[in-house]
Design a binder for this molecule. Structure first.
Ligand code: PMP
Length: 414
């Protein structure tokens, strides 16, 4: 799935879009904020902030236990939000589990799937470019079950070696867990093909969509993903909410994750019977307002048009890549053909953290460090990178200011 460059900004008025995001007016160290840390978290439009405020001023109540007006209203909005999210992914509402974020979604899937299906000697396949949250939960299940983690290697440009991937799939492989877009390299992985190759051998696949949902149209049916995870906060929604999509037939076979209220049918001291999915996996009071606000974020994305957003982001990526390549000694880490709007780089002997501090002083927010991909940093033989990541509300003018500020910073570090 590629980010297409057609239908460019003619359909997206960035200046008016920026007015939807109040925080973009912020001054940092007396300078205009230029926010290029969108892969860490996105900013939130007024429509999302309004949904949160309205929830607490007009609806606040607990869900699914309603004997009264507000509780029924909260439950209706909470479940309508699930419907909106399901429709956005082309899933059924009962296949949508509310979690705290991608990390919890993957932990939930790893724990429950691992408990049900992984045994001694089995293998789980991940890739060399995974975020720690798509490594560690699988390591934990491997330790518990005496299973083994297998890692798909990557090329120097940061693309998966697909022929090596195929070789890793065998009768012992119990699951493939791959990121859709790398948060460090920007690589967009061919997940449809990855899933098809796994399915050809009867192996299910989980996709970490944390970096994909804000930028690409995701159709879990077309992808044929068995599990798909994302975080609300990277997709213009609030923190503390995420989604685990799971195919109905898988969810029905999985044991619960946590025990408590909501996830039960009946409790006695002798024995408890569990609820059906998705409630089986949603013990305790959920993050109600964040679920509703995530649906508001999805409505915002749909009204703006993912294709328009992706076109703007692609233009920013191309423009910034060309400008950065002109800087002497600068090396871009992650040069895949098919890339999301993320540019990681290192410059000569300078430390990424020093560049980050000097950019911050000029009002520019980037991320520096290992980006929760330490094994990947080891492969490239670097301690970390500077990462600029763009959203559709960024402008070419901001890229110019960023590149100028970077040159100033590099001059100071010489
Ligand atoms: N996977 C990827 C690819 C990510 O970029 C991130 C966030 N950096 C995560 C997983 C974890 O997301 P969260 O912290 O929202 O749970």
């Amino acid at each position: 799935m590629a980010i297409k460059a057609e239908k460019t900004r003619k359909n997206l008025d960035v200046e008016s879009i920026r007015k939807d995001f109040p925080i973009l007016q912020t001054k940092v160290h007396g300078k205009r904020l230029i926010y290029l840390d969108n892969a860490a978290t996105s900013q939130k439009p007024a429509q999302v902030l309004k949904a949160i405020n309205e929830y607490y001023t007009e609806t606040n109540s607990n869900v699914h236990r309603g004997a009264h007006f507000l509780s029924n209203k909260a439950t209706t909005l909470f479940e309508e939000a699930r419907n909106t999210i399901a429709a956005h992914l082309n899933a059924a509402p009962e296949e949508i589990i509310y979690t705290r974020g991608t990390t919890e979604s993957i932990n939930l899937a790893a724990y429950c799937y691992g408990e049900a299906f992984v045994k001694s000697g089995d293998e789980i396949v991940i890739s060399a470019m995974e975020h720690h949250s798509n490594i560690v939960p699988w390591q934990m299940i491997c330790e518990r079950k005496n299973a083994r983690l297998k890692v798909i290697p990557i090329t120097a440009s940061g693309e998966l070696k697909m022929e090596e991937y195929e070789k890793l799939l065998n009768a012992k492989t119990k699951l493939v867990a791959i990121t859709h877009i790398s948060n460090t390299l920007g690589t967009i992985n061919p997940v449809e093909e990855i899933i098809a190759l796994a399915h050809a051998k009867g192996i299910p696949a989980l996709i970490d969509g944390a970096q994909a949902v804000p930028h690409l149209k995701i159709d879990v049916k077309k992808l044929d993903a068995d599990f798909y995870c994302f975080s609300g906060h990277k997709a213009y929604g609030p923190t503390g909410i995420g989604i685990l999509y799971g195919k109905k037939h898988w969810l029905e076979q999985l044991p619960p994750y946590q025990g408590g209220g909501e996830m039960i049918k009946e409790v006695t001291f002798e024995k408890t019977t569990y609820n059906d999915p998705p409630l089986r996996f949603e013990a305790g009071t959920p993050n109600i307002e964040a679920s509703i606000a995530l649906a508001a974020a999805i409505n915002y994305i749909n009204a703006t048009g993912l294709e328009n957003m992706a076109a703007q982001e692609h233009e920013l990526l191309q423009y910034a890549t060309a400008k950065l390549q002109d800087i002497e000694g600068l090396r871009i880490i992650g040069t895949a053909k098919n890339k999301g709007s993320v540019i990681s780089f290192v410059v000569g002997g300078t430390h990424p953290a020093d560049i980050g501090v000097l950019l911050d002083q000029q009002g520019i927010a980037v991320r520096t460090g290992h980006h929760c991909t330490q094994p990947l940093m080891r492969i490239f033989g670097i301690p970390g990178t500077v990462r600029a990541s763009f959203a559709f509300y960024n402008t070419l003018e901001e890229v110019d200011i960023f590149v100028k500020a970077l040159n100033t910073a590099l001059g100071m570090l010489k």
